[in-house]
Design a protein around this ligand. Structure first.
Ligand code: HEM
Length: 131
């Protein structure tokens, strides 16, 4: 798959998450929008994983494999954080108010990591022969 198609989906997910963040006080909207964003993100990862040629290309194209590793590590951490968001979010829905501060802190961390995933995805597609 073309890199621009992956990156525009990635930007789309970020925008949906920003909307979900905006509605963080309106439970129903917040949960629906965030769930949609996370499902879309997992589908995007599957699309990338399933187009093996893209991964091979990226592995060969990056000037420094360390940068690709950094991008993949940040992306994997983001998905692990999604699991924590679902876990703490469900507890909040069940009325466990004491978990709110953890959900909030993890939420800001998750948003930051998702922005970093997007930024580092640009480094990961720089071809070798470009400066
Ligand atoms: C990436 C995903 C998510 C992010 C970044 C996120 C972030 C946040 C943030 C920042 C708040 C505001 C907390 C506060 O200041 O009190 C919040 C509230 C909340 N979130 Fe999430 N969240 C995410 C996913 C979820 C999911 C999946 C659920 C449910 C399963 C959920 C349920 C809730 C609930 C119930 C509240 C409290 C709303 C209220 O004040 O009534 N969140 N979330």
């Amino acid at each position: 798959m073309e890199a621009w198609l992956m990156q525009s989906q990635s930007l789309g997910i970020l925008i949906v998450m920003a909307v979900g963040f905006y509605f963080r006080r309106q439970r129903q909207k917040h949960v629906k929008i965030m769930s949609f964003a996370m499902v879309w993100d997992v589908i995007l990862i599957l699309q990338i994983e399933l187009s093996r040629s893209a991964i091979l290309k990226a592995t060969k194209a990056v000037s420094n494999p360390w940068i690709l590793n950094l991008h993949v590590s940040i992306a994997v951490s983001t998905v692990l954080l999604y699991i924590a968001m679902i876990y703490t979010g469900r507890k909040l829905l069940a009325g466990q108010e004491q978990i709110r501060s953890r959900h909030r802190a993890l939420g800001y961390g998750t948003l930051m990591m998702r922005v970093l995933t997007f930024i580092t995805s640009f480094w990961a597609v720089i071809p070798k022969d470009l400066p």
